[in-house]
Design a protein. Structure first.
Length: 134
């Protein structure tokens, strides 16, 4: 069957063909979460909380946080946006958790602060790209 023969004009294995919920090899529980908006919202919050907990222990937790929110997101662009939002929350928590340093002082540490901001935003965003596979 060619792309032109399909009813919606998309390939039969594309995510759009499965209502944006995933690929044919996506696990059924994950499909159920992606299709139900209430379950998806709870799963995104839970995944972000677990991922941020992991990030508190090690910086690779930022990547895991992005992957976790990405897996339960409905589409790839939403997954990346959720990953970047999770990174923003992680950065805000980092600044708020520091008892002796405010936002201005944090940003005054030029090179280390830039690396921290880049890792905080790009790590979860990169991890969320796992949505494009599952």
């Amino acid at each position: 069957m060619s792309v032109e023969d399909t009813p919606s004009g998309t390939d039969r294995d594309s995510p759009e063909r499965t209502d944006g919920a995933g690929f044919p090899w996506t696990p059924a529980p994950l499909l159920a979460i992606r299709r139900d908006s209430r379950r998806r919202a709870v799963a995104v919050v839970a995944a972000a909380a677990v991922g941020l907990g992991l990030a508190w222990v090690h910086w690779l937790g930022l990547f895991a946080a992005g992957a976790a929110v990405g897996l339960v997101s409905r589409t790839l662009p939403r997954a990346v946006a959720a990953g970047i939002c999770t990174g923003t929350v992680a950065l805000a928590l980092t600044v708020l958790a520091s008892p002796s340093m405010g936002t201005g002082e944090f940003l005054a540490l030029s090179p280390p602060a830039y690396v921290a901001v880049a890792a905080g935003l790009l790590g979860p965003g990169w991890g969320a790209l796992v949505r494009g596979v599952v």
